[in-house]
Design a protein around this ligand. Structure first.
Ligand code: NAI
Ligand code: MG
Length: 497
């Protein structure tokens, strides 16, 4: 190990574009170091960002003990008491949008301008929305059963373990942290090992907001080490995970031993269905948007299904527009897509495209790295009419790789749309309302967007059908998971007063 790395680890803080980040875990309100560290790099240029403490069973046990100890007092605060602190936390996020945006862009390579204007404001909103929802909306009217009153409540359930991915680190984490804390659970967050920085900074904000020690904890490290130790722990009440299907299966097996409830959001291979009566320009715009975040979006509509009568015109316009996408440094205002997150992931994406090429697929755009920009940039790629059974059509690539397939009838389009093991989202582009309703009804997915994409409301249910997930989050659905839903039945009899 070089001296520089030793020094940085020993100091326990690193400087990333002028922002001080503690590289230790945050457990019970204290910074806790580990003997081992892992290296964190920036996908922008591969530069070294710092050595981050690498947790094991020991830190998992510490974090669960701290979260368990903090639970009774946090639960007792009630929605209003917790809400005050959470609203302060949301304000602190807002005050630190620029810092968080800079940090996240360095760590995961997503666009700085979208972190500034979209993602980080959304992080604050995730916290505020669920805090306010718990105070104002989370209620069910009482009802009578033969004179007995049913009173429904959402009670805190215990320690929630949150395991999150790298494609939108703090955004996806707070989508879970918001409702878990608002519900009265205490939280252990394990961010992805490729993007640990924003979670560490966020931990500092929770301290500043006055969230009591142990209510929110962050542990860092590899999924197979501290991640596995956390989800196998007998003292946790909930596991919420966003990531890949294979990892979800491992977590589910582990959760089964303790019958710990799980909520899974597992990505997809969503269709973007373009009927022949569609507004072509709108359809092209929506389809090209699927390259956003360099394709590292769970919701991405990567299978573009176009009616055969308009397929040639569509492909022409699509290519014209997609070739204008500006790929580059995510810190530049003009850049539209940046790099892949990590060499391992880049190789995975490239592997899919290389194998498609070897099997004779017709790649009409991209198909190779954009090496002039650096090591991890892959060009927006379009595979024309691939074999419907090939892996490029059935597997989640999670890169800037789209497939274009054609169909003859609505029925065929629906069958193709529903043909993968996934069901996270579907986009439908059509000019006819009655047709939209009929087709949308037959699409199997947690979210259907008709003539639009990525319109998200925190009041709406969000989650995946089939292998895209277990459960729904958003509004009451989040609380149905994080809380213990209780019915108290009160008899009209037996009262002495
Ligand atoms: P992954 O599912 O392995 O990792 C996601 C998180 O799970 C990370 O925090 C990781 O440390 C943790 N983890 C891994 N193994 C674990 C275990 N045994 N116990 C507990 N936690 C564990 O995803 P990965 O390897 O980063 O990406 C692979 C593929 O997964 C991508 O190419 C993409 O297809 C898909 N993916 C989907 C995402 C989505 O938004 N649904 C996000 C990230 C990846
Ligand atoms: Mg990183």
């Amino acid at each position: 190990m070089n001296k520089d790395k030793v020094r940085k680890t020993a100091l326990h803080t690193i400087d990333v574009v002028g922002i001080k980040i503690d590289t230790r875990h945050y457990i019970g309100g204290q910074r806790v170091a580990s003997a081992e560290a892992f290296t964190n790099t920036s996908p922008i240029d591969g530069s070294f960002l710092g050595d981050i403490c690498r947790g094991t069973q020991k830190e998992a046990d510490l974090a669960v003990a701290a979260a368990k100890a903090a639970f009774p007092a946090w639960a007792a605060l009630g929605p209003k008491g917790r809400g005050e602190l959470l609203l302060r936390l949301a304000e602190l996020v807002e005050e630190n949008i620029e810092t968080l945006a800079q940090l996240e862009t360095m760590d995961n390579g997503s666009l700085l301008r979208s972190h500034r204007r979209g993602v980080m404001p959304r992080v604050a909103m995730n916290i505020r929305f669920f805090a306010e929802w718990a105070i104002n909306e989370l209620q069910h009217p009482d009802f009578e059963t033969r004179g007995h009153t049913n009173k429904i409540s959402w009670d805190p359930s215990g320690v929630a373990v949150l395991i999150t991915p790298w494609n939108a680190p703090l955004m996806l984490a707070t989508w879970k942290i918001g409702p878990a804390l608002a519900a009265g659970d205490t939280v252990i967050l394990k961010p992805a090992e490729w993007t640990p920085l924003s979670a560490s900074f966020f931990a500092d904000l929770t301290k500043q907001a006055g969230i009591p020690d142990g209510v929110f904890n962050v542990v860092q490290g590899f999924g197979k080490e501290i991640g596995a130790a956390l989800v196998a722990h007998a003292d946790i009440a909930r596991i919420s995970f966003t990531g890949s299907v294979p990892t979800a299966k491992v977590i589910a097996r582990s959760a089964a031993d303790n019958l710990t409830p799980v909520s899974f959001e597992l990505g997809g291979k969503s269709p973007c269905v373009v009927l022949e009566d569609a507004d072509i320009d709108l359809a092209v715009e929506l389809a090209v948007e699927q390259y956003d975040n360099a394709g590292q979006v769970c919701l991405s509509g990567t299978r573009i299904l176009v009616h055969e009568s308009i397929a040639d015109a569509f492909a022409l316009k699509f290519k014209e527009k997609a070739l204008q996408i500006i790929q580059g440094d995510p810190r530049d205002e003009a850049t539209q897509i940046g790099p892949q997150i990590h060499q391992v992931h880049f190789d995975r994406v490239k592997g899919f495209v290389d194998r498609a090429k070897e099997s004779g697929a017709n790649i009409i755009m991209g198909g190779e790295p954009n090496s002039d920009l650096g090591g991890l940039y892959f060009r927006p790629t379009l595979v024309m009419n691939p074999d419907p059974t090939s892996e490029i059509v059935t597997s989640e690539v999670f890169g800037p790789v789209l497939c274009l397939q054609t169909f003859k009838t609505d029925e065929e389009a629906i069958a193709m749309a529903n043909s993968t093991e996934f069901g996270l989202a579907a986009i439908l582009v059509t000019g006819n309302k009655e047709r939209a309703e009929r087709v949308a009804k037959q699409l199997v997915a947690g979210t259907i967007w008709v003539n639009c994409f990525f319109v998200r409301d925190l009041r709406a249910p969000f989650g995946g059908s089939k292998k895209s997930g277990i459960g729904r989050e958003g509004g009451n659905w989040s609380f149905d998971f994080y809380a213990d839903v209780k019915n108290t039945v009160v008899s009209p009899n037996g009262w002495k007063e």
